[in-house]
Design a protein around this ligand. Structure first.
Ligand SMILES: [Fe+2]
Length: 458
């Protein structure tokens, strides 16, 4: 367990208060339900007294909630940015064998309990002499839950399998790939004469956490029924429309009446036989009482479960600093519209320590890895304080959302960074909810500190 001087007890208390409010229990009734001494509930909700396991167990027993609902997250990044040095990555190195032979060397890099990253530095120990997908020396995995962004360094062969078709893609330094969950894959070195490794940056996105727990309870048939395919086919939008019709117990006749669309046309759109035009989508959204975006499927550019970006044809652009001079050369790495809130970038740092790059700020969680052998100076601001560190070669870092950072070259060289930015659980839906709460709502949402009404009245 990490140290709990991080506000853990206070956040736990706020969750207990929030849960009691949701269940319409005032202090007295909560005490009765939970078997607490009279007048003590408040000392738990204000964080004075830590929630013990017995209290959590009792709450999950007598109230319709889960133990997890009362357990807050740990804050292991109290300075806004947390660094993992190369020597610490190396200290945890482990070699895993496949078919009795050493296959990969793994090293952990920067992770935080706040974000779903599981980023590994992985060296390929198996050398192959060809680019054949069926090379028997290649040991495939069974695929895994986490999305995987991979950045390649050196002569690495990438193997991927989708719907029974296997292929091998020879990669060079700077190439990258983004892949969907549970697709089997593998990696091997084309030579042992030079380093061949990858940054395998896996992350859960919205898949880990509450959605996984909910579906695990709902079961297989619900999970299959709830899966929405992603194709350009009009049947996908039709499925979204039918979902909202089910939700509102609507008939095509009623929908036609609400939208003014002809009955026969409405039936064709609901059945997915024909695509809806923009005006029709707006009418359908109005009739269903939703926004047009709720009817639109996402787009994917994946082919065979992966989106590959070779360095040789990647987009590159310069980002100017406050003095107008180029501060960074940015290269766009692999990604997919299916994950609009994931951005993978390679950043060449052009400015020396004397330069004044504009701070980079994003709403995403951010992972940084120092590529090459040149270190970089990182400066950031968090909670009104200014910090700086030098990240040497092989170091990695996690940066909280909304933390402004700058990178400069302490030795006047041109350090190169890998950035992987991902969304957490704060989806656009949650951001819109925060933005539409009544005054003071967001503050109480993250730290409920009061009963939902006043005992004294008004
Ligand atoms: Fe993997």
């Amino acid at each position: 367990m990490p140290p709990e001087g991080d506000g853990f007890a206070r956040r736990a208390g706020a969750l207990l208060r929030s849960a009691a409010n949701d269940l319409k229990r005032d202090d007295e009734h909560a005490e009765r339900d939970l078997g607490l001494e009279r007048g003590t509930f408040r000392s738990y909700t204000d964080g004075q007294r830590p929630l013990d396991w017995e209290l959590i167990r009792r709450a999950a027993e007598v109230w319709p909630l889960n133990e997890r609902d009362l357990l807050p997250a740990h804050d292991d990044c109290p300075r806004g940015l947390a660094v993992m040095r190369e020597k610490d990555s190396m200290a945890g190195a482990r070699v895993l064998s496949r078919a009795g032979r050493p296959y990969y060397e793994y090293r952990d890099t920067a992770m935080s309990r706040i974000a779903s990253y599981r980023p590994e530095w992985i060296r390929m120990l198996q050398v192959v002499g060809d680019d054949e997908a069926d090379n028997p020396l290649v040991q495939w995995n069974r695929g895994h839950l986490l999305y995987q962004f991979t950045y390649f360094v050196g002569p690495v062969n990438y193997y991927c399998r989708w719907e029974g078709r296997s292929r091998c893609v020879p990669m060079e330094t700077g190439d990258s790939v983004w892949g969907l969950p549970f697709a089997p894959h593998s990696f091997a070195a084309r030579t042992d004469a030079e380093p061949a490794y990858i940054l395998a940056l896996t992350y859960g996105g919205g898949l880990t956490g509450d959605a996984q727990r909910e579906l695990a309870v709902l079961g297989r048939s619900a999970a299959h029924a709830l899966a929405l395919p992603v194709t350009a086919d009009p049947s996908v939008t039709a499925r979204m429309i039918r979902s909202f019709m089910d939700a509102g117990a609507l008939t095509a006749t009623e929908l036609a009446g609400r939208t003014g669309l002809p009955q026969r046309r409405t039936e064709a759109l609901v059945g997915g036989a024909e695509p809806a035009g923009p005006d029709e989508l707006a009418l359908l959204a109005f009739g269903l009482g939703v926004s047009v975006r709720d009817l639109l499927p996402p787009r994917t550019g994946t082919d065979g479960g992966v989106a590959i970006q070779h360095a040789r044809d990647a987009r590159r652009w310069e980002l100017p600093g406050e003095d107008g001079r180029p501060a960074y050369l940015v290269t766009r790495l692999a990604g997919d519209p299916l994950h609009p809130h994931t951005s993978a970038l390679q950043l060449d740092v052009l400015g020396s320590d004397a330069a004044r790059p504009s701070p980079l700020t994003t709403y995403q969680h951010q992972y940084v890895y120092v590529l090459g052998r040149e270190g970089v100076r990182v400066r950031w601001e968090f909670a009104g304080e200014h910090f700086e560190e030098v990240l040497e070669a092989g170091a990695s870092a996690y940066i909280r959302p909304q933390v402004p950072v700058t990178f400069t070259a302490p030795d006047g060289g041109r350090p190169r960074l890998l950035l992987l930015r991902i969304a957490g659980a704060v989806t656009p839906e949650v951001r819109h909810a925060l933005g539409t709460m009544a005054a003071g709502g967001p503050d109480r949402y993250i730290a409920e500190d009061r009963l939902w009404y006043s005992k004294e009245g008004n």
